[in-house]
Design a protein around this ligand. Sequence first.
Ligand SMILES: [Zn+2]
Length: 373
Amino acid sequence: MRKFENDCLKFLLKIVSVKSLSKDEIKVSKIIAQEMRTLGYDSVKTDKFGNVVGFIGSGKKKILYDAHTDTVGIADRTQWKTDPYKAVFKNGNVYGRGASDDKGCVAAMVYAGALIKEQRLLGDFTLCVSASAREEIGETQWLDFILKDLKFRPDCVVIGEPSDLKIIRGHKGRAEFKLTVRGKSVHASIPHKGINAVHRAADFIKRIELLNKKYKAAKLGKPVISVTQVETQNASINTIPDNCSFYIDRRNVDGESEKQIVDEIKRACGPHTGIIYKKFYSAWILGKEHRLTKTASAAYKKIFRANPKICLWPFCTNGSFTMGDRNIPSIGFGPGEEKLAHVANEYIRFADVAEAVKFYSIFPLTFCSQKIK
Ligand SMILES: [Zn+2]
């Protein structure tokens, strides 16, 4: 392994070894900012939430790379063969929480900036490498900040998330709801005198599940809907509960609006079920013939001397904000496999991280090339 790759590996091991759940990214952000400075980034900015950006170059075309530094938790610790918060490098793989989702991409993007400088791959572009916080909980204010306060309006965005080195030109969106069902509390020995909110909620949950049978496939595939959490506040086990709340995760496809989805849920559960909380992230697709898709393919061919696989992600990323909401042409590309995200014994093949560094480093110059129509 040459020194540059070895340094990148060390950096990846270091950031995987720092626990960084959503809203707790400050520590890892300091390490990333320091690495960017050491690697010769032209400027580095951080904020109090644990976001970091580093800039390379000052040319006309503006390119944003974004990968997130927060990770999900570990659930059952006994399922892990190694300490999830102490990265291990074994048989060419880096093991640990966040190795694949999404610190492999963070390391590759940060090191691409360095490789651009080292190999003089500079051109008429300004590259902004963003290591963003709070992606797992869907807070995209940071990207909004880059666009508004830093006045960095990108001509294109590359979202670094596990794609197994495939080019991604779109993904499903996501909607999140909390519904609260009301009832009437009585002693559990006389349930007929009250209204059991949990039993009412069970009926609604069944109706939500049945919606899956009605969905038709769009370009991004079929929508899916699931109830992912149920809770009740009750005085005791022997009391009929007067409230039950449940959360819905719905993956939306191209052409679906927030209103359509809210209406669908209201139709399924009736007007008396209160939706008291919701979030909505748009689905998006970039055309096969779009200049950005072609640029990514050209950069891929230069590095790998083969045609890329061009696919769609079934999951949602910050691309929902950049392309879905702001209509800035975006693509996804990253090392790591989607199936290894959020699971026990998460790992990433380091060779793929090293390949991604090459792709990310050649991409800006390719984007500036006039040859791609
Ligand atoms: Zn991710």
